[in-house]
Design a protein around this ligand. Structure first.
Ligand code: FAD
Length: 446
């Protein structure tokens, strides 16, 4: 497709009514105020189909329904929020994790979304996230095989600190980060956390995470309570096609149902997105990947004192202790069940009982070698679920390869073909922010 730029905020597609090419959300914020953005993005009010009821589709559905649109929200699952948006770690990114992108493009691209996540989600669900947010800052424990050495990582973190501190929304994060500063742990501080010779350094950074299961339950309740939303669950979307030109109605075809026409269609299908985009006439930009990752989600019978930690930087693991009792654990090499650069990918089969036990044992043994206090989470667990989800990325390669494009996330966003819009959510943490901007633009508010 001639003239098609990388996938970014409202990238231009030839032969559409959309004239403006946007680069990054920050650029967009300035440029969007320009001449034709309002004209191009103002859609006729009316019936809207949102494909995919993850955090992206659910947030957009609530925002549009509350502005008076009649929203049909489609998903192949029997419940909304049943996939990656329920079963993930919930890190609300400020950019530190992407320490292998010294251009800081990824950090810049993630920051605005992360800072307003708490405010926007609270508005959507009508309650505060505070009790469901990790109460301590994240520890980044630098593995001896890290793709970025501890010194270099520290230097990147300092640059991310400056970005965070100087952002206009720095006080709106899950905790006030207007004085954000990452701190390198002293030898004594590091020894208090780990005695492993595999960990060669440590940092405390001001990032937090939210309990995604709690958020998912609240979003489901909000969707069910919204009269302008019709939930179309157990509906696998097959295609979207223009009825009579791309600037008019679009028809959505769903397995075993009659197809239906809508004034505007927004594709938020995550791992299913590219296949439906192709039916709509949008060819995917080469270089994407799908991965399916398994993790552990649990609850202890009593509070445990385990810090939130990321083993950095490469194919390692994470520990999240949301509130003392609810936790998330992952060890990347054990949990990576599938990886593909194909257009679509099947959900891997659930583990059988033996494989499940082996997975749990493996995650426990590996993480406890690095952070011994993790064992208490298993000893006191009253619930332990092995769950997973897809990661879509406009990037590829192994996490252990510093040159792999998978280490950058600066190209997610929105793509439009007339009244058909396709959204690459990027991260959980950026979804409500993307939804908010898209909703405003569709309604002509910006
Ligand atoms: C293990 C793991 C850890 C992660 N950790 C983090 C993190 O800490 N922070 C962060 O910001 N992000 C994280 N992510 C990424 C994050 O989960 C995703 O970016 C986010 O959930 C995507 O939201 P979504 O609404 O686009 O997709 P989803 O939540 O997957 O929603 C898409 C929906 O589309 C439906 N669907 C797909 N195809 C079809 C079809 N053809 N017809 C009908 N329905 C269909 C699916 O059933 C699904 O409900 C993690 C992901 C994983 C897997």
């Amino acid at each position: 497709m001639k003239g098609r730029t990388r996938l970014c905020w409202f990238s231009a597609i030839p032969n559409t009514t959309l004239k403006t090419t946007y680069r990054t959300p920050d650029d967009t914020h300035r440029e969007r105020r320009g001449r034709d953005a309002r004209q191009d993005m103002t859609a006729p009010r009316g019936r809207m189909a949102i494909l995919g009821a993850g955090i992206m589709g659910a947030s957009l559905a609530l925002m549009m329904a509350r502005r008076g649109y009649a929203v049909s929200l489609f998903d192949k699952e029997s419940e909304p929020m049943a996939c990656a948006s329920r079963w993930n770690e919930g890190k609300i990114h400020l950019g530190y994790l992407y320490g292998n992108d010294p251009s800081l493009l990824t950090a810049r691209h993630l920051l605005s979304g992360g800072l307003c996540f708490g405010r926007l989600v609270s508005e959507l669900i009508g309650s505060n996230l505070e009790a469901h947010t990790t109460f301590s800052e994240d520890l980044y424990l630098v593995h001896r095989n890290s793709i970025v050495a501890a010194e270099a990582l520290g230097a990147i973190f300092e640059r991310v600190d400056v970005l965070v501190r100087s952002h206009a929304d720095a006080t709106s994060y899950l905790a006030d980060v207007s004085a954000a500063r990452s701190n390198r742990l002293s030898k004594t501080e590091l020894a208090d956390v780990t005695n492993s010779d595999q960990i060669v350094g440590g940092f405390q950074v001001p990032e937090r995470s939210v309990n995604t299961r709690w958020v998912a339950d609240r979003l489901c309740a909000a969707l069910r309570g919204e009269p302008n939303i019709s939930l179309r669950m157990a509906s696998k979307v097959l295609s979207a096609q223009p009825v009579d030109g791309i600037d008019r109605k679009w028809r959505v075809a769903v397995a075993s149902e009659k197809s239906e026409a809508f004034d505007i269609v927004v594709n938020c299908l995550w791992e299913g997105r590219l296949a439906v985009d192709r039916t709509a006439g949008i060819e995917p930009v080469p270089g994407w990947s799908h991965r399916y990752r398994l993790c552990l989600f649990g609850r202890t019978s009593q509070p445990v004192d385990v810090p939130c930690a990321v083993v950095a930087l490469g194919p390692f693991g994470d520990i999240k202790n949301y509130d003392g009792r609810n936790f998330y654990l992952s060890w990347y090499p054990s949990g990576l069940l599938a990886e593909s650069g194909e257009l679509s990918i099947e959900t891997p089969q659930a583990l059988d009982a033996d494989a499940r036990q082996r997975f749990i044992g493996n995650v426990r043994a590996t993480l406890a070698r690095l952070l011994p206090s993790v064992s208490s989470m298993f000893d006191d667990a009253e619930e332990l679920e092995v769950r997973g989800g897809f990661v879509f990325a406009q990037g590829r390669g192994s996490l252990s390869d510093p040159k792999a494009t998978i280490h950058r996330r600066d190209q997610f966003g929105v793509n439009r073909l007339g009244n058909y819009i396709s959204v690459d959510t990027g991260k959980y943490s950026t979804a409500p922010w993307l939804a908010d901007r898209l909703a405003r633009q569709i309604c002509g508010i910006e």
